[in-house]
Structures are given as structure tokens and as C-alpha cells.
Design a protein around this ligand. Sequence first.
Ligand SMILES: Cc1cc2nc3c(=O)[nH]c(=O)nc-3n(C[C@H](O)[C@H](O)[C@H](O)COP(=O)(O)OP(=O)(O)OC[C@H]3O[C@@H](n4cnc5c(N)ncnc54)[C@H](O)[C@@H]3O)c2cc1C
Length: 549
Amino acid sequence: MASGDAFDLDVAIVGGGPAGLATAAALLRAVPGVRLKVFEAAPAYREQGAGVLVQANGGRALEALDPRIMHRLVSVGTITSGMVPYNDTTGEKLPWVNGKNPMADLDAMGYANVLVLWNDIRRTLYDALPPGTVQFGSRVVEVAAPEPEPEGGDGGEGKDGHKQQPAQGCFTLRIADTGDAAAPLAAVRARHVVAADGYFSRTRRAFDGEAGLPAFHRTVLWRGSLSREEVAAAGSRLPDALNPALNPEGLRCTHFWSPATADKPPTGPPPRGIMLFPAGPLDPDTTASGLEGDAARIVWNVFFSVEDEAAADEADGKPLADRSIHTAGKQGGAALARCLAANTHLPEDLRALLAASPPERVTEHGLYKHPLEGFIKGAWARGRLVLLGDAAHTAPPDGQGVNLSLEDAVVLGALVRAHGLGPQAFSEWEAARQPRIAAILGDPTPQGSIRMPLIRNAAFEPLWSAEGLEAAGSLPPDVAAEARQAAAEAAAAAAEAEGEAAAEAAAAAERKAVLAWSRGEVRSLVLAKLEGRNLLVSGPRPDGMYLIR
Ligand SMILES: Cc1cc2nc3c(=O)[nH]c(=O)nc-3n(C[C@H](O)[C@H](O)[C@H](O)COP(=O)(O)OP(=O)(O)OC[C@H]3O[C@@H](n4cnc5c(N)ncnc54)[C@H](O)[C@@H]3O)c2cc1C
């Protein structure tokens, strides 16, 4: 961001992670013409060694933003067919397999879980935004609340949402140019602020101090990734479990090593573990990626329980100076060295894989979570400020962090469309989100029997119209024509009814036609990935068994 830049905005979004980017896309759909910017501290997006599972709820949320965003992610993602467990000292394969049947998922949900590189989510959302929406290298260092509203002011701005607002009603954000320490701070005035600045949200701290911080989850996590070429270039080889020559399904499963043994399955979260899974197109030559710089990756996560934050850091005695996910702990060679030092028990082929990882993609950080008791009125929505994504509800890395952030964005978009930008939409959003997120993150059952139906049956109001999608090039012309025809027929059938009912019937018919096309596309993409491939047979999983909850 050039020093001295000044913006007057309807909405300033702090943080360009998945939550901030998806919210930008949702608000641009909900309030056409809204003056909005995303301020992102990082100078650019770069791949970090992380992959995420886009589950049905995240996929549906992306679809509600724009079906093409989801299709693009599905096309670069990997469909795995289950989790294979091993003992983490002997390497012995354990007798239960947490098998998944992507075909059954497709039939039941019209969707199958897709593993993608975490950065690909950001890149795909970023590419869907108008150029210039994201201001990189812009760290928000201060957010000052607006003057109190004049008498009778501010129930929301009405559906246009972007009319000129009086200056006294604006937040003031001070923004540092992270690429130029000597640059003067830029000031931005914004009528609304969306805090999407991650789990140690500076915006949240500005209003709540330490009280808004998440609690340490007694776990240290290392993440990294590497391609098969990088494994070979390091003079290493794939671990036997992943080696297609030894195990044809090896690169199509998730693999999980823990201290469990065949006669001692885990009955609670294991104290340590390592998970390996493929992400990104397995074969970049035959799978159209469309994303520059993509390559198939083997992603690894290693976690280790510790007593407290001090223990997490005792290896080198330095306190965690700034507990933001990006600066906590270590990254690079130091993180990799600590990971190897803390995990000497692992079988040699796994250690060799970790050691071969490019250090620039290795991160280490402590895990934190916002206690569910803090999910109370006013915690996430305060007048014209709203906190979402990890800034509101950081969760352990059990697969829902990204998915819930995407949900946050589309639910907010739908409420803003209904009520206009402002406190009413924000507080209704909070009231809708807190019980659902608490139910998903707080599910005490080992099998996830509360959370899984909520995830699988997630449904969101689409933020698009067929016309808008067509104009944006997101809808093939024949599908647009079909949708128009379906709408016209539905409107004619409802002609007897009141005008509004006919319009609603037409909109519903149009949506149905677009969704049928969208889900057909997902099905073809998934089937193409599954073609010719055996699915794992699910083995009986011991009762009460946890993986990484
Ligand atoms: C490196 C990494 C790996 C992850 N891996 C996984 C995974 O494997 N599985 C999983 O489920 N979840 C993972 N997560 C967590 C998951 O990505 C989050 O739950 C999800 O991304 C929530 O998104 P968010 O946008 O709220 O927060 P984040 O993804 O943390 O994004 C916050 C953004 O805000 C920016 N920011 C922070 N402070 C400021 C500021 N003051 N001014 C401007 N910008 C600021 C940050 O640079 C960042 O881009 C990972 C997160 C990170 C950072």
C-alpha cells in the first residue's frame, strides 16, 4: 500500500485469509457497488505447508458465493478414500480403517470431501474478487471506534448500503506498510469493519484486550509439504505406506501414525501423531489445474501434546513473543529441526520424508482455541464491527477452521442482503452463528455424531442470480438459457398468485436449474478423479476411538 493512501470505505476488512476474502466476495454480491477493501499484512500469498479438507459445508458455502469457485477448487483438489492408521514407532499398520466412500457421498450429498492446499483456497477466492480489492503489505495497527451515533442514528443503511456517511460515524484504521518500515501510517475511514485477522486478532485485542484471546490448547503443531520431485531431489524416497509401487492406494488415502497399537486403540485424543495426505492434483500433467505454480504435494501435520506454553517453547527457552499464527514458534529450518528433534520415535522412512521437506514451507505453532463459553451476545458483533473466522472462533485443526470461515461469510452476505449493512445484520449473524458453531466445535462424541449431520446437511442461500453469474462469465450460456426458461415457466404457473409469489417461484426455479448444473459439474469432476480406482474397504473402527479431536 503506498504511503499516504487514504480511503473512505463502506467496509474495511482486516485480514485477507479465507474468512476475509470470502466475506469480501459475499458482501460484493449482497451490496452491489459497495466500497470495500481487504487489508492484508502479508506482502503476497505464498504456499505454506498446509492442506485442508473442504467438507460439504465449506463446499456448499463456496457454491453459494459462486459455483465456479467451488468447481475450481474441486478440480485442483484430491479425493481420498479413507484414513489408514499405523503405530508411530514400529510403523505397523493397524487393523481398522476409517474408510470413506466418495461415491456414496456424491449420491447422498451431491458432494465429496476434497483435500486442497490451504493457499489454493486463498488464491481461488482472491482471483474471484475485482482487481485491487485486496491491499497487500498493509498491516492494520490500530482500529479506533467511531464517535457515538447522533440521536436516532443508524439502524443500518438500507439495501444500497453505500451512500455517503458522515465522518463522525466512521471507524478510523491506521495501516502500516509492511514492506516499508519508514513509511508513514496510512489512515482509512470505514463505516463498517469486518475483523478477519485470524486467531490473535489485533482488532479484537483493540476492543477486548487480553480477554478476547484464545486459550492454549496444549499442543504444538508442525506443518510442511513436498512434492514427489522434492522427495527424489533430496535423495529420499516415499514412505512405504505412500509408495504406489508397494501400495496402489497409497497416494489416495490419508495416513495417520499415533502411539495406538492393535490391542490398544485410542479412546481419547492421542498425545502425539503424524498425518500425511495428498493435496493438489496428484498428477499435474493429466489434471488441469489452472492455478499457476501448483504442484502435487504430500502434506504433513505433526502434533505433540505439551503441558503448557512454556513447555512448548522450552527447547530453546525463548518466550513466544507474538502469539500470532504467523510468527509464533518457528518457521523454516528452525521449525523443521525442532520437529525432527521432538519426534525421534518415528520410523526412519517418515523421518526421512520430514527431513526432505523444503524448510520454507515448514511452520510450527502452538494451537489455541476460543472457549465455547465465550460465545455470547456481543462477542462477535458490536454495532458496525463484526468479527468472523478465526478472529471469532479459533478451533483445533480438526478440519472445520476453513469450512466454518466460509460459512461465516455467506451467512453474513445473506443477512446483509436482507437487512442492509449495519448492526441488525451483524447481530442477527452472530445469533445465527454461535449455536451452530458451538454445536460443531463442541461435539463431545468421538464419532462426531452431532457435528457430522450439521456439516453434511449444511445449506446456504445463494448470493448469486443466474443473470449475475452469466454476466460474470460463471455460467455457461446454455445453462443460463435453461435457468431463464425454468424461471419463465414457474412464473407462468404461478401467474394466478400474487406478483411477489410468482417472482419467488421464478427465482426458485432459476436457482434450482443453476444448482442442478453446478452439482452435475462437481459430480463429473469427482468421478473423473475416482475413475478406475478401488475404494478402500472400511474396517470396523473400535468404539469410542478418536483421531485428532
Ligand atoms: C499457515 C496456516 C495453516 C493452516 N492450516 C490449516 C489446516 O491444515 N487445516 C485447517 O482446518 N485449518 C488450517 N489453518 C487454519 C485455517 O486456515 C483457519 O481456520 C482459517 O483459515 C480461518 O481463516 P481466517 O481468515 O479467519 O484466518 P487466517 O487464515 O489466520 O487469516 C488471517 C489473515 O489476516 C492477516 N492479518 C493478521 N493480522 C493482520 C493485521 N493486523 N492487518 C492486516 N492483516 C492481518 C493474516 O496475515 C492472515 O492472512 C491454517 C492456518 C494457517 C495460517
